[in-house]
Design a protein around this ligand. Structure first.
Ligand SMILES: C[S@@+](CC[C@H](N)C(=O)[O-])C[C@H]1O[C@@H](n2cnc3c(N)ncnc32)[C@H](O)[C@@H]1O
Length: 250
């Protein structure tokens, strides 16, 4: 996932990419921003994309800076932004000697998703080293548990619709073969692109290794329609989710 890949997505970003803050069913991101925020506090949104999270959390902070290495996404973010306490800047978070952006609260939503473990860890370390002592970091990342659960629910929906068991199984297993690029590594193809997904313990372990403490995980749930084309309206199963990890710099 190079810079050019993200630049190419800029034009239709809101329709082609799930911007989690726009479909957070329980308002978990805003509640977290409200809990951690303050008018004297500075937040940085690392890997801000078109700035959806940046704009969502801005009312809870004195100032918010959005950083990204896609010039086209930064241009889109600037176009969509009206609030005076928001600014944007170009930064490569994967660079070994990335510039410092000290902040009270760091947000990093769906950025640790590349199919390269070393790059993911470098970005996580860069984000956390910018958090001031006593400050907090909020990481959002795709859930591997959720990805697997979607296959089960899709299978159950077909059975409920009267599809024969072996046909439903063949269909969903084909879907799994197409999408799960690496089960042990938690890599799933999303729109054909290899995307890292995390199990809860795995995300906590990564962030602890990168010097984040007191980590608490919660779900950021989003609608079934994002995962299933014809999701039944009366679907009772809990909706799919991203993990949100909140931790502190001690
Ligand atoms: C899936 S998008 C998420 C955008 C935004 N955080 C949101 O939730 O709406 C991932 C973003 O991370 C950015 N990104 C990925 N690797 C990066 C890097 N090494 N340095 C800076 N930005 C990066 C991409 O350009 C893209 O905007």
């Amino acid at each position: 996932m190079k810079q050019k890949y993200w630049d190419a997505l800029a034009k239709n970003f809101s329709t082609d990419v799930l911007e989690i803050s726009d479909c957070d069913l329980d308002g978990v991101i805003l509640k977290t921003a409200s809990r951690l925020g303050g008018k004297k506090k500075q937040a940085v949104d690392f890997g801000c994309g078109a700035g959806a999270v940046t704009r969502a959390v801005a009312p809870y902070f004195g100032a918010v800076l959005g950083l990204d290495f896609s010039k086209d996404l930064l241009a889109r973010a600037r176009d969509l932004t009206r609030a005076a306490n928001i600014s944007y800047e170009w930064a490569d978070l994967g660079a070994a000697r990335a510039k410092r952006y000290p902040c009270d609260v760091a947000f990093c939503a769906n950025v640790l998703i590349a199919d390269d473990a070393k790059l993911r860890e470098r970005i996580a370390r860069n984000v956390i080293r910018n958090v001031k002592k006593g400050g907090a970091a909020v990481f959002i990342a795709p859930s591997f548990e959720s990805a697997l659960r979607v296959y089960q629910v899709a299978f159950n929906c077909q059975i409920k619709d009267g599809v024969a068991r072996d046909l439903a199984l063949r269909d969903v297993k084909g879907w799994i073969r197409e999408e799960i690029a690496s089960l042990p590594e938690g890599v799933v193809r999303v729109g054909g692109v290899k995307t890292k997904h995390y199990m809860a313990d795995e995300l906590s372990e990564l962030l602890e290794r990168c010097s984040l403490s007191d980590i608490a995980l919660s779900r950021v749930s989003y609608p079934w329609s994002e995962m299933l084309d014809n999701a039944p309206r009366n679907l009772k199963s809990a909706p799919p989710w991203d993990w949100m990890a909140v931790g502190f710099k001690r």
